[in-house]
Design a protein around this ligand. Structure first.
Ligand code: CA
Length: 473
């Protein structure tokens, strides 16, 4: 069946209730002009490893062009300090701890319990029902069993790998998966929709090509594209073509990381070029962010000036490079300072598409009126984080953030406006703020459930060994 083009949709909507009663009511609140939406998610990218956040040794001109032509969210957050829970929150617009998705799912293709619970609605489903072409490209990491496949959760089109990561280049010494779960996950064949397909070349380039092809295929209708690179997550692998750009970086690991970042930046450039070619730039909201902070203990990345990194509720784990670009609709070269969160992205898309929200209440909000300067209020009164069923947690309200880093220790209070590096604990000085934020966290925490599954990784040491092994040439 031919999809409804944007022009057809407007024509149909104009015909009114008599001709198409169902359609008319479904799109009653649809804006007259529905933009395309592209969400580009980097993996484990350091806060300070993009030009627009001050990176000096890795040029990211294409990512930076989004900040130049759009709004840099200076307080852009994700809802978790590591991969899968952040994606669960992003996809549903709800704090993922509400439905037990608080850890990374183990790669268990037979297990229909380890993945984003089937009781939750992926908001992309609502976009699709509203007539959007929907596609996901890249890393999935929301469950390995067939019931968790992107096509089953709402994406009409999918190309990528469904685990938590993948080799970027073939491992010629060990081409086949071993019995070790983690090694299987990083070597699984790519999927084009439900089919396994062979692939050749560098993963980041493959994903970029697929994203461009999606834009080309759907240029004549409103579309939503979720482009989830596994770059710059380990294993650190990059072809010479990109490594050669960084003779000034002596540290081999940093050089490889830089090359991976540069390849991703090139790919984003190709997607933006496709939008230009089809004259869709002013018709497309592009958001770029990382799924969590840089893993500073594993990879020589930088979250400066933020404290900590991936896995932690310090800013370095959850405060990420975050930019939204929509020429003509959002200001160019602007900085937005109120806290925003990845939970907002799909609710924003629903609003732009005039799509129906699902039954369960959303935590995310439509950011456009805020980023466009029409709504001066902060999008959120407070933001919350919780890991490990409560092992660590944090709450941000205005300038203050209360962070509980370890169960045995007292929560620490930081004034992020004065001290973005979280260097001075103000808890003893401001007991009334500690009390208020503790109560707010407890009220939120009472709405959550226990984690449904545990993360697979056996321990940091073994994890590092495994990473090293997978990265070996
Ligand atoms: Ca990640």
């Amino acid at each position: 069946m031919k999809r409804t083009s944007r022009r057809d949709f407007l024509k149909l909507a104009g015909l009114g209730a008599l001709a198409f009663p169902g359609l008319e009511s479904a799109f009653a609140k649809a804006p007259a002009h529905r933009p395309n939406i592209i969400v580009i998610l980097a993996d484990d990218l350091g806060y300070a490893d993009v030009g627009f956040n001050g990176c000096k040794d890795i040029a990211t001109p294409n990512i930076d062009s989004l900040a130049k032509n759009g709004v840099r969210c200076a307080n852009g957050y994700v809802s978790h300090p590591f991969c899968s829970p952040t994606r669960a929150g992003l996809m549903t617009g709800r704090y993922q701890q509400r439905f037990g998705h608080e850890n990374n799912p183990t790669w268990l293709p037979e297990d229909s319990k380890v993945g984003l619970p089937l009781t939750e609605t992926f908001l992309v489903k609502q976009l699709r029902a509203a007539g959007y072409a929907t596609g996901a490209v890249g890393k999935w990491h929301l469950g390995a069993a067939p019931c968790f496949h992107p096509n089953e959760r709402g994406f009409a089109e999918y190309f990528g790998f469904r685990g938590g990561g993948h080799l970027y280049l073939p491992d010629e010494k060990n081409p086949l998966p071993t019995a070790k779960t983690w090694q299987v996950e990083y070597r699984i064949p790519l999927n084009r929709n439900q089919e396994s397909v062979a692939h050749e070349g560098y993963m980041t380039e493959i994903l970029s090509r697929e994203a461009v092809a999606f834009v080309n295929r759907h240029k004549a209708e409103p579309f939503f594209l979720y482009l989830a690179y596994n770059a710059v997550h380990t294993p650190l692998q990059a072809p010479e073509k990109y490594l050669a750009r960084f003779p000034h970086i002596a540290d081999e690991k940093r050089r490889t990381y830089a090359a991976m970042n540069s390849a991703m930046d090139d790919g984003i450039g190709l997607v933006l070029a496709a939008l230009r070619e089809h004259k869709l730039e002013n018709d497309t909201l592009v958001v770029f962010l990382s799924d969590n902070g840089g893993p500073i203990t594993v990879v020589p990345c930088s979250n400066a000036p933020l404290r900590g990194g991936k896995g932690q509720v310090f800013e370095g784990g959850i405060h990420v490079p975050f930019v939204a670009c929509w020429p003509g609709k959002l200001p160019a070269g602007a900085v937005y300072n109120e806290p925003v969160i990845a939970l907002d992205l799909l609710p924003t898309a629903l609003a732009l598409a005039g799509a129906q929200p699902p039954e369960k209440p959303l935590d995310g909000v439509n950011l456009i009126p805020h980023l466009a300067g029409e709504n001066k209020a902060a999008p959120h009164e407070r933001l919350f984080w919780r890991t490990g069923g409560g092992a660590t947690w944090a709450v941000r309200e205005g300038r203050y953030k209360l962070a509980s880093i370890a169960k045995a220790e007292k929560a620490q209070l930081f004034d992020l406006e004065a001290d973005i590096g979280e260097t001075r604990d103000l808890a003893a000085e401001k007991p009334e703020v500690v009390k208020r934020l503790t109560a707010a966290f407890e009220a939120w925490n009472a709405q959550l459930v226990a984690p449904l599954f545990e993360s697979p990784r056996p321990g940091p040491k073994k994890q590092q060994q495994q990473r090293k092994k997978a990265a070996a040439p």
